[in-house]
Design a protein around this ligand. Structure first.
Ligand code: EPU
Length: 353
């Protein structure tokens, strides 16, 4: 574990190079950038701001687990490879752990559990990097990043300055944040401070966790047993991007008001939905897509996963257009049967014209 605050001299050695990005996105879409840089040191951020001024657009790429990349990415691409993980504070109510943006999210979860800094176990095995986690406020099995986030350090690219943001400043919502709503290329997340509550309390409300045989078998749950259960459940349902290209859930679970929900429930008694604190309902998009008969089906080289209809997969050689054609076909079917609009969860990057 290295200390993030170790002083590093500023270096201006950023030389954009052409790069094949096919291996840099978990959907495995064939994609190419004509100008790409890798950010390994905080001292390179000022040079990045300068470079960004000379390009029409800037795409910040972490683990590429939540993007649909076009064949040719326009402008400049910056891959974030900042590393480091350390405990920075031991508060009475929380361990404060700082992780650099380029660390793999799951490695940070594993390392924290190994150190006894519990609280991230429900978020195990989410693909992607630490820097991408706040952008879409990653969440799974009853916990969202927003529940465990102390603050974010982010570089404001046009303003050429480092900004410290509290969790409130990040304006987190379901799979949404100030970073996701900002103009692409405005912010580069440098590091994230996690607040892991003391004393630790298990979060076991999610139906899949309640059903897990390993967890319900007697002994009180620990962060480790929950971590293992979440890994088991995810491996059983969700395809591993190393084996088959995918970006996790391709659509967000849509939110509808109570009247629309009640109307749908009257017509479709099997509807899967969850009431929210504001009285609206979140519908299980996987169920809607499944009911339209899409599970396991394909359109050319893009397909719908056979165990989770919310996940679109690259069956080999798919390009962004193939995935988006499939996504549009699914959106049309769900709209015509249920009158519900599905919004993609990944960021869909526009191609070079
Ligand atoms: N369902 C079906 N058919 C399917 C898939 C789901 O009928 O093919 C129904 C089932 O009844 C199931 C319900 O939908 O009980 C909900 O499915 P699941 O528990 O698998 O969760 P989800 O709503 O599909 C969300 C997140 C996942 C996260 C899980 C667990 C979104 C868009 N997705 O999926 O996040 O892992 O809950 O918390 O919110 C991701 O964002 O990439 C992701 C995988």
């Amino acid at each position: 574990m290295s200390n993030l605050s170790a002083a590093v001299p500023p270096l201006c050695d950023l030389k954009p190079e052409a790069r094949d990005l096919t291996a840099c996105n978990t959907l495995g879409l064939a994609s190419h950038a004509s100008a790409c840089v890798v950010i390994e040191r905080i001292g390179q951020l000022d040079a990045l701001s300068e470079l960004a001024r000379c390009h029409a657009s800037l795409l910040i790429l972490g683990g590429g687990s939540n993007v649909v990349l076009p064949d040719r990415v326009p402008g400049l691409v910056a891959r974030v490879a900042l590393r480091g993980l350390c405990r920075v504070q031991e508060r009475e109510d929380a361990w404060i752990v700082e992780a650099a943006a380029g660390e793999a999210w799951h490695d940070v979860v594993s390392a924290c559990i190994a150190q006894g800094w519990d609280g991230l176990e429900n978020l195990a095995l989410i693909p992607g990097t630490v820097g991408a986690a706040p952008v879409q406020n990653i969440g799974a099995y009853g916990v969202e990043l927003a529940d465990r986030l102390d603050s974010v350090q982010a570089w404001h690219i046009p303003g050429r300055r480092m900004v410290h943001m509290t969790a409130a400043d990040c304006r987190f919502a379901y799979r949404d944040s100030v970073f996701k709503r900002a103009h692409p290329g405005e912010w580069l997340i440098v590091s994230v401070r996690l607040a892991l509550p003391r004393p630790w309390r298990p979060v076991l409300d999610y139906p899949d966790l309640q059903r897990d045989a390993g967890l319900s078998a007697g002994a009180p749950p620990t962060a480790r047993t929950i971590f293992d259960a979440v890994c088991r459940i995810r491996r059983a349902k969700l395809p591993d991007p190393a084996t088959i290209g995918n970006a996790g859930s391709f659509f967000k679970n849509p939110l509808v008001d109570a009247r629309a929900h009640d109307r749908l429930l009257a017509r479709f008694p099997g509807l899967v939905s969850y009431v929210q604190s504001d009285g609206r309902y979140k519908l299980a998009a996987g169920w809607l897509i499944d009911q339209c008969g899409w599970k396991g089906r394909a359109l050319g080289s893009a397909g719908v996963h056979d165990r989770q209809a919310l996940v679109l997969v690259n069956r080999g050689g798919a390009k962004a257009d193939d995935v988006m054609a499939l996504a549009r076909a699914i959106q049309r079917d769900v709209m015509s049967r249920y009158g519900v609009k599905l919004d993609p969860e990944p960021v869909v990057v526009a191609g070079q014209v």
